[in-house]
Write a protein that binds this ligand. Structure first.
Ligand SMILES: [Fe+2]
Ligand SMILES: [Fe+2]
Length: 242
């Protein structure tokens, strides 16, 4: 684990943990946590190789029986291949994940954690009274893909949308948007398959108030850079392999 930072967001806080994968041929990932009272949600808990340091980081802040919810934006191994290990330590938890991936994600091993199947039109995660909105993001990039929006903190956890491929230990936030484009462009052109899905998603999230956009890879966007990202993504042709 490269770093662990805690942000206060009025009545709640979240942790960002970043994986240091230098020299390992793995993609660097961000893991996020939202806590409200005695309920804690881990967003895109990460790969199997990351489980031990993740668990240790979580336990420094939260008793294990208060880790009540997991969220998987989609089925990829960098998102949720640690599931079987979480399943062995969580005694009373739910996994919120896309309905169409249930039969696939269960292959990671699921005996104790309850799979809450999120329908295509999204829904809500009620974290002890904190209503986190599940935003459909299908085909961005997975065919069944969901994001999570915290209306109180004005944070959108955007999975692979906004992802950048860059050096581990890069700064937490984008500081020069134009310079950051070169780290995002290939990822979005190659891993995002649908221009229609992209336009639908931009229309959907443009109605939200977003102070911070938190992708699963690379730096976060805050303030004006959120709008800059949406405008840049809007004009980018995607679904290009060669
Ligand atoms: Fe992915
Ligand atoms: Fe990813």
């Amino acid at each position: 684990m490269k770093s662990l930072k805690i942000y206060d967001q009025q009545h709640q806080w979240f942790i960002l943990a970043r994986e240091d994968v230098k020299g390992k041929s793995l993609i660097e990932t961000n893991q996020y946590m939202v806590r409200n009272g005695e309920r804690t949600l881990i967003i895109d808990p990460g790969g199997v190789e990351l489980f031990a340091p993740m668990l240790s980081s979580v336990l420094q802040n939260v008793p294990i029986d208060q880790v009540t919810d997991l969220f998987a934006s989609h089925q990829d191994p960098d998102v949720i291949s640690s599931l079987n290990l979480w399943d062995q330590v969580l005694t009373n938890a739910k996994l919120h994940a896309p309905s169409i991936w249930e039969g696939f994600i269960r292959h990671f091993g699921l005996n104790n954690v309850e799979y809450v199947s999120v329908k295509d039109d999204g829904g809500v995660v009620d974290l002890g009274g904190l209503q986190l909105q599940i935003i459909p993001a299908h085909y961005l990039h997975s065919s069944g893909n969901i994001h999570l929006y915290d209306k109180e903190a004005k944070i959108l956890f955007s999975g692979d949308v906004g992802a950048a491929l860059e050096e581990p230990a890069s700064p937490m936030y984008v500081d020069d948007f134009n310079e950051h484009i070169s780290k995002m462009e290939y990822f979005h052109k190659r891993w995002m398959p649908s221009n229609t899905a992209k336009s639908n998603w931009i229309e959907r999230v443009s109605r939200l108030e977003i102070d911070i956009l938190c992708p699963q890879h690379g730096r976060m966007f805050k303030g004006d850079d959120v709008k800059r990202f949406l405008d840049w993504f809007d004009q980018l042709p995607v679904g290009i392999a060669v």
